[in-house]
Design a protein around this ligand. Sequence first.
Ligand SMILES: O=C(O)CCC(=O)C(=O)O
Ligand SMILES: [Fe+2]
Length: 340
Amino acid sequence: MPIKTTVETLPPFPGGGDVDIAPLETIDLARLLVRDPAEVTKLLKACIKHGFFYLDLQTSDVGRKIMKDEQEVLRFMETYFAQSLEKKMLDDRQSFLHGFKPVGTFTGAKSDYKDCYETLKVARAEMLEKSRKLPEDVKRAIELFESFMTGSHSINFTLLECLSDALGLIGANRFEESHRDGQETNTCLVMLHYPKSEGDQNLGHNKHTDIGSITLLFSEQWGLQVFAPETQTWKFIQPRPHGHATINVGDSLRFLSGKKLNSCVHRVIPPTGDSQLEDRYSIAYFLRPENDIRYEDADGKKVSAAQWHDDKYIMFGTEYDKQERSTMLTGGMEMILGKA
Ligand SMILES: O=C(O)CCC(=O)C(=O)O
Ligand SMILES: [Fe+2]
């Protein structure tokens, strides 16, 4: 019997008082796997309206397997990130796609702050070829990473196929055709750690839309917020551990859909205010299109997926006021949703 997530078992809000929670839809993976027409329509609606939803993983084998792997990846992360900065910096490849990134590389969740998270990235291509360049700790747990990333990829691909069906796309216009196996891509796994910290100049993860097509996100802890157009305020996403992933549409899928699908503007801030009172961990699998695929960006300019990826990462590190003057950070969504 699958364990069902109930409201009673969900983690309470650590900030105390009332919390404004984003009303996200829940989509059932098992129903999508059999292409249940009502569930496929529900998926499309969620991707048009908010571009953010929960995916129930409890009802299918692939879902239950990924939940099990996720627990092991979290244990891996606790051990990995507990190492000294000096040791982790050995995995820094000065890359947006591979290896370690220290805290403070990008702008933070408020002006004058830098980000408050470190990451370890594993690109799908390097995992598939079991590259010698992979971080040593990842190599030692290669079976886990292979299983987790294969499962994540197949779940995201199911979503992609269902969205192509729902939009009636055929032939080369189907989304799968811009995400073909064997083509160069920036698809990757990112493990994020927000270290416990108090009163310094680092805060959360600045507002943004995701670069790629579909993000499969796991976090058991509070901190993730979405900008709600109906109230023009930030709302927290209720973490739903042991049962659900959070999915969001990224810029690339929005652009590939001719801007029919929407992506959500989101950020991470400590639920207790200005300081991160506990270590927070999250895991994101970013499905991205082939590097050579071209689409029209938020300003109507033709750009390749690889260029959008690199330019957006550069924007993540650019000063606040320059970010505010560009449509890049939020993929043009602020023109639709309102300014976050
Ligand atoms: O840490 C999180 O929950 C979200 C991270 C995120 O939005 C991202 O890495 O794009
Ligand atoms: Fe994100």
